[in-house]
Structure formats: structure tokens, C-alpha cells
Design a protein around this ligand. Structure first.
Ligand code: CAO
Length: 465
């Protein structure tokens, strides 16, 4: 999800890269242990990034152990199911320890790194001064202090079904090893580093030790054994990042009864107009695809059928008609599916919509879509036709009540009024609507009006202000 917001108050400094609406973070310093008379090593706690996020994945370290880092320098990029966030230091100091490997799950509130700072830096008095500048900064506390080890313990307890440390998980990942196969010898079934190393050394022996061998009860069984076929083991991967978001949103959508409606749109006229305007747009530095026309046509049709730009309250007692047409566009990005939205489409020209779509696409490619771009959508379009297909069954983006999936434009043989075969370009359209709120007839009328704009793009001229 997008972001380009740098929260840089006295106590925190974040570059939001995706998702969360208003992320603030704190970097908490607590007294830890003194290394010499004027230096001390303190844990740098992973900030609360809001939105109820309790765990994040460490995507990238910008620093390594031994580095001297300065205030505002980026130390790590982390990813939650809502946002990618760059965390930066508010202190000068030397990195003593990174508490996680890339790919590990870090807990909010637990140490992210250990850093050696000047004794005065993290003193209660200096932290107190920070607090007065920013309500998000926690004051240094003298209670028992968590360290990297605490982070590992937390990660160990809370992540997945295999009990082990991030370091062990890292070794397993590097060796493409499924940890469920490794006989665990640690307390409460923890997989220890030695377990993994010894399994890697001799997987067959370990495996035979792990699987209890049934007792041979008859000579017949021993003599009639068939030759064994080599098998490929299963691989497990933790669910992370955008996939977690997809699971959450799709689960929410399954609770809503979907009504589907599909139709064909003849787009030959649209193709001609687009090819003319494409050059004009290019002169203004804008790439003009079919989407801006499709999006604008949606907005024009929504003016007539505002129920499709609404949402039902959670207690199902009210319908909220949204004032703006914030049209979400499903994007296939290197990080996965993201749905930024184009704000106030009702007030934008086709060229302005195209420019905004270009901007969102570019940010999506770079993994830098901002929270503001991702929130507030009122209606969604998914142009899966850039990849292929005809019809689809789109799933609503709750609490929106309508979504449209566009198939690939294809040249097709059709019949004219005299039964002559005429080649035409057809765009296949699949709508889904929340059937609690939208009835089939309304959906069909909306689709007909939308289709009329696209089949006769001259109508845009009449409709636009
Ligand atoms: N049929 C045929 N050609 C199409 C088309 C369609 N349905 N849609 C777009 N095209 C063409 C465009 O016109 C463009 O051609 P030109 O280079 O001649 O202009 C080319 O394909 C590439 O288009 P694009 O992808 O750059 O731009 P777009 O505005 O059409 O689409 C976007 C933007 C973000 C919707 C698209 O890139 C994308 O990510 N689509 C996938 C959406 C997706 O994953 N949906 C599934 C969601 S549910 O899991």
C-alpha cells in the first residue's frame, strides 16, 4: 500500500510505504546496560505503528552491526498486513545487535536493535524532554529491560506452530528446509539450531528417528515390501504481508451475498477515439489506456444510480450514500494485489483520471503507494483483461457494494441486421453487487448506461461539464 509520508516528530520517524491510514511510531529507549563510563547499550523498541498492528515482517535492514548511525537515518523497513514502514533512528550511536534476520516476524514493543549511545542520550531527563515535544514518545523506564533475546523469545512463542528462534528459521529457509520434518529436542518441542544442523547433515537418519517404525508382525510383510519411490516433501511458508490482508478482506466479503451480472461491450468506437486521444495525452506526458474511459463511464452512471456508490452500516440499519466517486483500481504489483483509488472521479476529466492512474501505477510498481491512495474507495474496478480472460467472478471490497471485472478485449464475429458476419471488438464485463442493498434490475440498468457511454463515446462530450 502506498505511502510517502514521513512522520518525523521528535520521537519518531517513519516513512510509510503502504496501507495504514495514519501511522505514527515511537522509538522507545530504556536504560539497559552501561559499556563504559559515558556509553550505554540500550534496546531500540519497535514502535507502535497503530491500526492495532502487533507484528511486522522485517523486509530489509539498512544497517549492520558495528555501523555508526545517526538521528533520522533509516534502520529498517518492516511490513505489516497494512503498510510498509521505514523505521529511522532518533539517536546517534553504534549498532551492537540486530535482533532479527530479514524475513523474521518482529513484535511491536519488543527490541528491534541494540544500540550503544552516549550515556546522556537515553537518560530519563533527555527522554523526558522528548516526551514534552511529542506525545508519542515513551519515557525511559528503569524497569527490567527487554533485549534482542526477548524479541527472539516472543517471536518464538508467537509465530507459526513450530517453536524455534528466528535464527533457526533463517537457517531452515536458506536451506529450503521444512522445519516440521526436523526432530525437535528442545524444551516443549522447540527446534534447536543443533537439531537443524544435524538434520541437514543426515536427513535420512533424522527422519527415520522422527517417524516411529511400526513393529514387524509377520515375516510376510518384511518379504513383500515394494520398491520405494522417491518423494518430494511438502513446503510450508508463513502467510505474510499482503496475503494476510487478502485473507482478511476476502473472509469479510464471504459474509455478503453477491449478485453477479455479466455483459458484452462493443468497443470499436472507443478504440478509435482512444487511439486519437492517445497522442494528445502523450504530448502532455500521460499514458492513456482504456481504463480512464471505463472509470469515467462508471462515475457518470453512478450519478444516475448512487446506490451503487454506497455502503451498508455494520448493524445493517443504514445505507451511506458516498458523496465522492473514489474509484478503486485493482493493481497487479510486484508485491501483490493492491487497490488504490482515484479520488473524486466525478470532478475529473478523462485525462486527469489517466494522469492519476499513471501516478498510482508507478507508485504501485515501486511499492510506494501511500495510505491516502489506498483508503476511502467507494467502488472498485479490476481490469484482469490486461492479463487475459473473458468473464470473472469479482469479489466485493467490503464495505463497497459493487465491483466490476473487465476481461480482455477480443475481436469476435458478430451478425448485423442482415445476418452478415461482422468482426467487432468485444470487452467482457462482469459485475458483482451486494444483494442486500442492490437488486438485479438496478445493477442491469446501471450496466446498460455505463455500456452506452463506452459503445458511443460521443456521449461523454454531452455528459461532461
Ligand atoms: N483488453 C485488451 N487490452 C487491454 C485491456 C483489456 N481489457 N486493458 C488494457 N489493455 C491494454 C492497454 O490499453 C495497454 O495498451 P497500450 O500500450 O496500447 O496502451 C496495455 O494493455 C497495458 O495496459 P496497462 O496495464 O498499462 O494499463 P491499464 O490502465 O489498462 O490497466 C491496471 C492498469 C493497473 C488495471 C493493470 O495494469 C493491472 O494491474 N491489471 C491487473 C488487475 C488485477 O490483477 N486484477 C485482479 C484482481 S483480483 O485478484
Amino acid at each position: 500500500m502506498v505511502i510517502n509520508k514521513k512522520v518525523n516528530n521528535f520521537g519518531s520517524c517513519l516513512l510509510m510505504k503502504s496501507g495504514a491510514a495514519s501511522v505514527t511510531a515511537t522509538t522507545t529507549m530504556r536504560n539497559y546496560h552501561t559499556t563504559n563510563s559515558n556509553k550505554k547499550v540500550v534496546p531500540f523498541l519497535l514502535a507502535d505503528i497503530g491500526e492495532g498492528i502487533t507484528k511486522v515482517e522485517v523486509v530489509k535492514w539498512f544497517i549492520k552491526e558495528g555501523d555508526h548511525i545517526e538521528q533520522f537515518q533509516n534502520v529498517a523497513e518492516v511490513m505489516s498486513d497494512k503498510a510498509n514502514v521505514e523505521i529511522s533512528s532518533r539517536f546517534d550511536g553504534v549498532v551492537k545487535r540486530l535482533c532479527y534476520n530479514v524475513g523474521d516476524i518482529a513484535n511491536v514493543g519488543a527490541p528491534l536493535i541494540e544500540i550503544e549511545v552516549a550515556d546522556s542520550t537515553a537518560s530519563p531527563s533527555s527522554a523526558g524532554a522528548a516526551t514534552s515535544s511529542s506525545s508519542t514518545v515513551e519515557v525511559a523506564k528503569t524497569t527490567s529491560t527487554p533485549s534482542c533475546a526477548a524479541s527472539s523469545d516472543i517471536a518464538e512463542e508467537s509465530f507459526g506452530k513450530i517453536l524455534t528462534t528466528p535464527a533457526v528459521r533463517r537457517i531452515a529457509r536458506e536451506n529450503n528446509l521444512d522445519l516440521t520434518k526436523v526432530p525437535a529436542t528442545g524444551r516443549n518441542g522447540r527446534v534447536l539450531k543443533e537439531d537443524v544442523l544435524s538434520y541437514l547433515e543426515n536427513p535420512t537418519k533424522q527422519q527415520s528417528e522422527k517417524v516411529a517404525v511400526p513393529e514387524q508382525t509377520s515375516t510376510a510383510t518384511t518379504t513383500t515390501s515394494t520398491p520405494s519411490t522417491p518423494t518430494v516433501g511438502d513446503r510450508r511458508e508463513p502467510v505474510r504481508g499482503l496475503m494476510r490482508t487478502m485473507i482478511r478482506t476476502m473472509n469479510a466479503a464471504t459474509k455478503v451475498p453477491h449478485f453477479g451480472y455479466k455483459d458484452e461491450v462493443y468497443v470499436d468506437n472507443l478504440m478509435i477515439i482512444r487511439s486519437h486521444l492517445k497522442k494528445t495525452a502523450e504530448r502532455q506526458g500521460v499514458k492513456l489506456s482504456y481504463m480512464p474511459f471505463i472509470i469515467k463511464a462508471v462515475s457518470l452512471a453512478l450519478k444516475e444510480y448512487p446506490i451503487l456508490n454506497s455502503s451498508l452500516t455494520e448493524d445493517e440499519s443504514e445505507i451511506i450514500y458516498k458523496g465522492d466517486h473514489n474509484i478503486g483500481v485493482a493493481m497487479d504489483t510486484p508485491n501483490g494485489l493492491l487497490v488504490p483509488n482515484i479520488k473524486s472521479v466525478q470532478n475529473k476529466s478523462i485525462l486527469e483520471i489517466a494522469a492519476e492512474l499513471n501516478r498510482l501505477q508507478e507508485l504501485g510498481k515501486q511499492g510506494k503507494l501511500g495510505a491516502n491512495d489506498l483508503k476511502g474507495g467507494t467502488f472498485t474496478l479490476s481490469n484482469i483483461g490486461t492479463i487475459g480472460g473473458t468473464y470473472a467472478d469479482p469479489v466485493l471490497s467490503i464495505p463497497e457494494v459493487c465491483i466490476g471485472a473487465i476481461g480482455m478485449i477480443k475481436k469476435t464475429a458478430t451478425f448485423d441486421a442482415h445476418n452478415n458476419v461482422v468482426p467487432k471488438h468485444i470487452m467482457y464485463m462482469s459485475w458483482a453487487a451486494d444483494h442486500r442493498v442492490v437488486d438485479g434490475a438496478t445493477m442491469a440498468r446501471f450496466s446498460n448506461l455505463w455500456k452506452e457511454y463506452l459503445e458511443n463515446p460521443d456521449n461523454f462530450i454531452v455528459a461532461l461539464k
